[in-house]
Design a protein around this ligand. Structure first.
Ligand SMILES: NC(=O)c1ccc[n+]([C@@H]2O[C@H](COP(=O)([O-])OP(=O)(O)OC[C@H]3O[C@@H](n4cnc5c(N)ncnc54)[C@H](OP(=O)(O)O)[C@@H]3O)[C@@H](O)[C@H]2O)c1
Length: 264
C-alpha cells in the first residue's frame, strides 16, 4: 500500500512504546488513525499530538483480554470509521520469569494477549477485507519468535505461534489482494520490560539495559511504516541483536552458548 493518506489504519497497543511511535509516524502519512489500548487518557493525549499532522483520529478504549465479542467490536469500529484498510496487531506483554517459577496461569495469560488476541482480531477483520479483496494485516512479533530466549519461555512461545499463524495466513491469502507483514523487532527502547509479567503476576517494573540501549521507538516505527508501504512479508528491526537470527540458522553451536548467557 504505497500511499497511506486517508487510509484507515488501526493500531492496537497504541498507548505506549512502538504503538505510540507508529501513531505519530502514520499521522505524518495522513492516515485516518484508529488507536486502541486500555489507557484511554493516554490515547487521548496521543490523539491530540497526531491531529497536528492528520485530520482523522478515532480512539477507543479496548482491553483485548476482555472482549466477549470481537466481531461486534470490529463492526462498531467499522461503523465509526467507514472501514479498515490496515490492521496493526501490536499490543503485547513480555515476561521476566524462569520456566521453573512461572505458574501455568501466566503462560496462558501471555498466550491469550500475544497470540489469541491478534488471531481473534484478524479473524474478525478478515471477512470485511475479503469482501473488498483489499487490506493489509500487520503483526508485531519479535526476534524471540525466531529463536528461544531465557526468562521468556511463554513470551517466546507466543511469538513463535504468531509467526506460524500469520505465515500460514499469508499463504492462504496468496491469490487475494490482502497483504500480511510480520515485523520482528529486536531490542526497542520502550517500557516493555517495566510492564513484563513476573512469576508473582506483578509487573517487572525495571528498565532492562537491553531496552534502554535499544533502537529508539520512533526509528523502529519509521521502518515499520516503510515495510507496510513496500508490502514487505517479513522484517527484522533492531541493532546487532537481530544478527542472532542468522547465528541461530548458520552457526547453531555458537547460538546455543550465546543465548544461554542472556540475563534479561
Ligand atoms: N520493545 C521491544 O524491545 C520489543 C521487541 C520485540 C517485540 N516487541 C513487541 O512490540 C509490541 C509493542 O511493545 P512495546 O515495546 O511498545 O511495549 P509497551 O510499551 O509495554 O506497550 C504495550 C502496549 O500493549 C498494550 N496492551 C497491553 N495489554 C493490553 C490489553 N490487555 N489490551 C489491550 N492493549 C494492551 C498497552 O496498552 P494499555 O496498557 O494502555 O492497555 C501498550 O499500548 C509487543 O507486541 C511486543 O511484544 C517489542
Amino acid at each position: 500500500m504505497k500511499n497511506l493518506k486517508d487510509k484507515v489504519v488501526w493500531i492496537t497497543g497504541a498507548s505506549s512504546g512502538i504503538g505510540e511511535a507508529l501513531a505519530y509516524a502514520l499521522a505524518k502519512q495522513g492516515a485516518h488513525l484508529v488507536l486502541t489500548a486500555r489507557n484511554s487518557e493516554k490515547l487521548q493525549q496521543i490523539k491530540d499530538t497526531c491531529l497536528k499532522n492528520t485530520k482523522h483520529v478515532t480512539v477507543q478504549a479496548m482491553d483485548l483480554l476482555n472482549i466477549q465479542d470481537m466481531n461486534a467490536a470490529v463492526l462498531a469500529l467499522i461503523a465509526k470509521t467507514g472501514g479498515i484498510d490496515v490492521l496493526i496487531n501490536n499490543a503485547g506483554r513480555s515476561q521476566r520469569s524462569l520456566a521453573k517459577d512461572t505458574p501455568l496461569a501466566n503462560d496462558r495469560s501471555i498466550m491469550e494477549l500475544n497470540f489469541f488476541s491478534p488471531v481473534a482480531l484478524t479473524k474478525a477483520v478478515l471477512p470485511y477485507m475479503l469482501n473488498n479483496n483489499a487490506g493489509h494485516i500487520v503483526v508485531v512479533s519479535s526476534i524471540s519468535g525466531k529463536f528461544g530466549f531465557p526468562w521468556r519461555t511463554a513470551y517466546s512461545a507466543s511469538k513463535h505461534a504468531v509467526q506460524g499463524f500469520f505465515e500460514s495466513l499469508r499463504a492462504e491469502l496468496y491469490d487475494t489482494n490482502i497483504k500480511v507483514t510480520i515485523v520482528s523487532p529486536g531490542r526497542i527502547k520502550t517500557d516493555i520490560s517495566l510492564h513484563a509479567l513476573t512469576e508473582s503476576g506483578q509487573a517487572y517494573n525495571k528498565m532492562d539495559d537491553g531496552q534502554s540501549n535499544g533502537m529508539p521507538a520512533d526509528k523502529c516505527a519509521i521502518k515499520i511504516v516503510k515495510a507496510i508501504k513496500n508490502d514487505k512479508k517479513d522484517v527484522l528491526i533492531g541493532n546487532a541483536e537481530v544478527l542472532m537470527v542468522y547465528i541461530r540458522k548458520f552457526f547453531p553451536a555458537i547460538y546455543y552458548k550465546l543465548v544461554s548467557k542472556i540475563k534479561n
